[in-house]
Design a protein around this ligand. Structure first.
Ligand code: NDP
Length: 263
């Protein structure tokens, strides 16, 4: 154990983390993070999307690995499995998805530095909260945790969310040709999978993934990242839905923004 994985420091940092989540919620009422379809207008340096994503997500595995390896329980089965799940998620978010992404030729620098900086705070805090909790502060993570209903239900929710997220990301990716075509439009209407019901199924999948993680770890670290993700993605999903309806006259009228049949 180190000074930063002790109960008192951890609890104080968690309070700071929840204040930060509240600030993100407030900020997202005034506008969307400046990347993708909402990027390009923000002041300051902007990165190509692939680089922006990789930079932004980098603190997550780094901070997680450093803190995890200080924990007394780092060699136990359940903490190692949770570490694996966490790294798996961020390998997809920070490396695989950015590498697979098909960048539109005219949007080469659309990932604003403000998104990267706020992302660093969020992913760094999440790395710390989760790793300290999993490898140091959770005596309940014995082998018996694997048959606990919270673990089983949470893992199921995570798997559904992750599958929906990855499938939806693949659908939008395939809307663009592998090799950029001179007159191809930047955006077209996605169809199939979760898009039959909502405009942002990947965001719904991301939120379900973190809901599952919060349940399967039964932790405030999980609640923290769920709140940060919702603060980012609920307003962005609503804005994306409005953007689609405005851009495409033939946009499916029965499609909701984020939650099938509801929102
Ligand atoms: P988007 O679906 O907006 O964009 C993903 C990629 O698809 C981009 O390359 C985008 O291009 C392209 N694209 C989007 N819509 C279309 C379309 N209609 N036609 C053609 N191409 C399209 O997702 P995000 O970039 O916002 O997010 C990427 C992943 O990261 C998602 O899985 C999301 O859930 C996750 N995420 C998680 C967050 C969290 O807080 N945990 C926060 C934000 C995202 P372009 O860049 O040109 O718009």
């Amino acid at each position: 154990m180190t000074w930063y994985t002790g109960d008192q420091f951890y609890d104080t940092a968690l309070i700071g983390g929840f204040v930060f989540a509240g600030l993100i919620m407030l900020a997202s009422l005034f506008g969307q993070s400046a990347y993708g379809r909402f990027g390009g207008r923000a002041p300051g340096v902007s990165f190509p999307p692939r680089l922006g994503w990789m930079l932004m997500e980098l603190p997550a595995p780094l901070v997680f690995a450093i803190v995890y390896l200080q924990g007394d329980n780092r060699g136990e089965l359940v903490p190692m499995l949770l570490c694996g799940l966490w790294m798996f998620h961020y390998a997809n978010r920070g490396f695989i998805n950015p590498l697979l992404m098909r960048v539109f030729p005219g949007s080469k620098a659309s990932f604003n530095i403000s998104v990267v900086v706020f992302g660093w705070i969020a992913t760094g805090l999440h790395g710390y909260f989760s790793a300290a909790f999993i490898s140091q502060l959770s005596p309940q993570f014995t082998d018996a945790w694997l048959s606990d209903p919270r673990f089983i239900i949470g893992l199921g929710v995570y798997a559904i969310g992750f599958t929906l997220n990855v499938h939806s990301d693949a659908v939008v990716r395939n809307l663009r040709p592998k090799v950029p075509q001179p007159n191809a439009p930047r955006y077209t209407i996605p169809h199939g999978g979760g898009f039959r019901f909502v405009s942002s199924p990947s965001y719904l999948g991301e939120m379900l993934s973190w809901l599952g993680f919060a349940i399967l770890t039964w932790s405030l670290a999980g609640v923290f990242i769920l709140l940060v993700t919702m603060a980012n993605l609920v307003p962005r999903a609503l804005a994306t839905h409005g953007w689609y309806k405005k851009k495409f006259e033939d946009y499916p009228s029965d499609r909701k923004a984020l939650i099938p049949y509801v929102l």
